[in-house]
Design a protein around this ligand. Structure first.
Ligand SMILES: [Zn+2]
Ligand SMILES: [Zn+2]
Ligand SMILES: [Zn+2]
Length: 255
């Protein structure tokens, strides 16, 4: 079955342009260099699965005309991946949306958004209607779409990447992937992998490290995401080996 992955956002936690920065990339007029916080939408027939609710979810949803979401999966609960949660409200008026996150992130989501889960004086239109589900290590199925959590390390944190329909994988904030997790991803069609910048970082792969992981996993195509303002889209395009591309906001990957 054909599936489309939309890169809703391809930027690191600051978003690009960075507030107050006047570097070349932040001032660039190239739309590829304007990056909202990282998130993807997986679409297959009538099913839309959102991975993370980035800070700019509303802007992303309006731009890409998202009019329904069946489920949301969280990679982890850092602000840039979670804080757009309130923006899903208009999509939950008819039916609540199922949310899937690790046990720890379920706790964190409740702590960060107590008004959604606690009784309040009045509801009005003010609360997204959601059901929070603890994600086990098993494959989750949303209609015909399968989502398998893949454990990865983000610095000291254990967070999740996702294998989608056994064909594509999304791994955003990551600094280490075990051999066991790599084995689950070998030879997939599309890998979307976080690569922060050229210099090393304690909790994210840099571009060289990401290229090494891509070599090990050996996908047909790979896209680098969660990019910082150190990365100029056009320059990175020219530097990357064949079959590997920088992601950008609004990119649709069809497979
Ligand atoms: Zn992040
Ligand atoms: Zn900058
Ligand atoms: Zn993070």
């Amino acid at each position: 079955m054909p599936m489309t992955i939309t890169i809703l956002g391809s930027g690191t936690s600051h978003g690009i342009p960075v507030v107050g920065c006047s570097c070349e990339v932040c001032l660039s007029q190239d739309y590829h260099n304007k990056r909202t916080r990282s998130s993807i939408l997986v679409s297959e027939e009538n099913t839309n699965v959102l991975i993370d609710t980035a800070t700019e979810f509303r802007l992303q949803a309006v731009r890409d005309k998202i009019d329904s979401i069946n489920a949301i999966f969280y990679t982890h609960s850092h602000a840039d991946h979670l804080h757009g949660l309130d923006d899903i409200r208009p999509l939950t008026y008819k039916n609540p949306i199922e949310i899937y996150a690790s046990a720890e992130d379920c706790r964190e989501i409740r702590n960060r958004f107590p008004y959604i889960f606690n009784e309040t004086l009045q509801i009005g239109g003010g609360k997204p209607q959601v059901n929070l589900n603890k994600l086990s290590d098993k494959v989750a199925t949303i209609n015909e779409c399968t989502i398998e959590p893949i454990p990865v390390k983000h610095g000291l944190l254990n967070i999740l990447g996702f294998l989608i329909n056994d064909r594509a994988a999304y791994i955003t904030d990551c600094s280490y992937i075990s051999e066991e997790s790599i084995d689950k991803l070998k030879d997939i069609e599309v890998l979307i992998l976080g690569a922060l910048r050229y210099r090393e970082h304690s909790t994210h792969f840099n571009i060289d490290q990401a290229l090494n992981i891509i070599k090990k996993i050996s996908p047909k195509r790979a896209y680098l995401t969660h990019l910082s303002h150190d990365v100029n889209h056009k320059q990175l395009c020219a530097e990357l080996p064949g079959g590997i591309f920088p992601a950008f906001d609004g990119l649709k990957i069809i497979l």
